[in-house]
Write a protein that binds this ligand. Structure first.
Ligand SMILES: NC(=O)C1=CN([C@@H]2O[C@H](COP(=O)(O)OP(=O)(O)OC[C@H]3O[C@@H](n4cnc5c(N)ncnc54)[C@H](OP(=O)(O)O)[C@@H]3O)[C@@H](O)[C@H]2O)C=CC1
Ligand SMILES: O=C(O)[C@@H]1CCC=N1
Length: 350
């Protein structure tokens, strides 16, 4: 086993998690995610998990009663997205799919007609360009505001948004490279801010996200962001100095893996396999291998990939010949340099 182990079941749709969040009392989604990690939980994460674990197995009647009580005392948070492009849409769809919120709780400020139509089709309330009045309307309709524009558009968006931020709001930035201090400095004094680095597999509930709290964010805010992000994949809290590394790894990482899948399929096509079968087998191979690292041990712990690699590799077999080619081509070095280069680029974006 590697290293010291712990399993963290993803949050289920318990009353406690919803009360902690003030988020939702819906019957949306599936809540079936299984996540395993050896990354230590924060106090807030432990509290959420402990509360959920202790709630295991209430009767349907109890649950219904609790939901009704909750409905009387908690108003669900409304979540607004300024910019709903690739990553914004992935978050929106991930949250809806997980059942952590309903489309009626979500709204978006968009620029293009294409984005407007897409958000309407998902059931969201839609506002216009954030720099042309959209941010005022979005702020009025939201409790949590996700900043989902490219880093270069943040200046204009924050300038337009700042006058409409009230103590009610929690601002969540997903912009690569943009530091908390920079965000906080452009918002009213005391604004609760969280910086998040998600990735696009959020779309299908398979995100790898990291987050860090700003100076004024509370434990309740931490619980909210953890519940939201972990509903759609793995969520870990990190120190801000680690966010560029996260961006180079899991933020950009899906693109590296897509490239690898495409190239593996190309190799199989060259060796005689039809394209569609090659692509399906390549993608499933990557997905299956990743799941073995995450859950192959069967007890929720991470398994070291070197151990798993050795199990595939027969003496004088096919795999060792393939591995030797990859080593000769510098695959490991290339991946290390890719993550480092992307992290370095992230450092320059703020
Ligand atoms: N893509 C990814 O995998 C990841 C991205 N991120 C971060 O997410 C953020 C968004 O990236 P991504 O989704 O890829 O980019 P996109 O360009 O796909 O999405 C950004 C969206 O913001 C919209 N927008 C820009 N200005 C405004 C405005 N004034 N008012 C309303 N909407 C506006 C754009 O509108 P229009 O469509 O009209 O251009 C666009 O739809 C970035 O900061 C990036 O660093 C973080 C993790 C992963
Ligand atoms: O390429 C980018 O800048 C964004 C941030 C991480 C992934 N995509």
């Amino acid at each position: 086993m590697w290293p010291a182990q712990e399993s963290r079941p993803a949050p289920r749709k318990s009353t406690v998690s919803r009360v902690a969040l003030g988020l939702v009392r819906s019957t949306y989604g599936n809540g079936h995610h299984e996540l395993h990690t050896s990354i230590p939980e924060t106090e807030v994460e432990q509290q959420i998990r402990g509360a959920e674990d202790s709630q295991a197995g209430p009767s349907d009647v109890d649950e219904q009663q609790e939901e009704e009580e909750e409905a009387l005392t908690f108003r669900p948070d409304r979540i607004g997205f300024i910019g709903a492009g690739q990553m914004g849409e992935a978050l929106i769809c991930g949250f809806i799919r997980a059942g952590i919120c309903s489309p009626g709780q979500l709204c978006a400020s968009v620029r293009s007609e294409e984005r407007r139509q897409r958000m309407l089709s998902l059931g969201l309330q839609v506002f216009g360009d954030a720099t042309l009045g959209g941010s005022a309307e979005l702020a009025a309709a939201s409790d949590i505001i996700f900043l989902g524009v490219k880093p270069q558009y943040l200046d204009g968006v924050l300038e337009a948004l700042a006058p409409h931020i009230t103590p009610r709001h929690l601002v969540v930035s997903i912009a690569a490279g943009v530091r908390l201090a920079s965000l906080e400095g452009r918002l009213p004094e005391g604004t609760r801010v969280i910086r998040v680095m998600p990735n696009t597999p959020c779309l299908i509930g398979q995100a790898a996200s990291a987050y860090v709290l700003g100076n004024h964010a509370t434990n309740e805010d931490a619980a909210k962001i953890y519940m939201l992000l972990s509903s759609a994949g793995l969520a870990v809290s990190v120190e801000e100095r680690m966010m560029d590394a996260v961006t180079g790894l899991s933020g950009s990482g899906p693109a590296y893996v897509f490239l690898a899948i495409e190239a593996m399929a190309d190799g199989a096509v060259a060796a005689g396999l039809p394209r569609d079968k090659a692509l399906a087998l390549a993608a499933q191979t990557v997905s299956g291998a990743a799941r073995m690292v995450l859950e192959g041990s069967g007890d929720g712990s991470l398994t070291h990939p070197a151990l798993l690699k050795d199990r595939v590799t027969s003496p004088a077999g096919t795999t060792i010949v393939g591995l030797a080619e990859l080593e000769a081509s510098g695959l490991r070095g290339a991946l290390i340099r890719a993550v480092q280069a992307a992290a370095k680029r992230s450092e320059t974006l703020g």
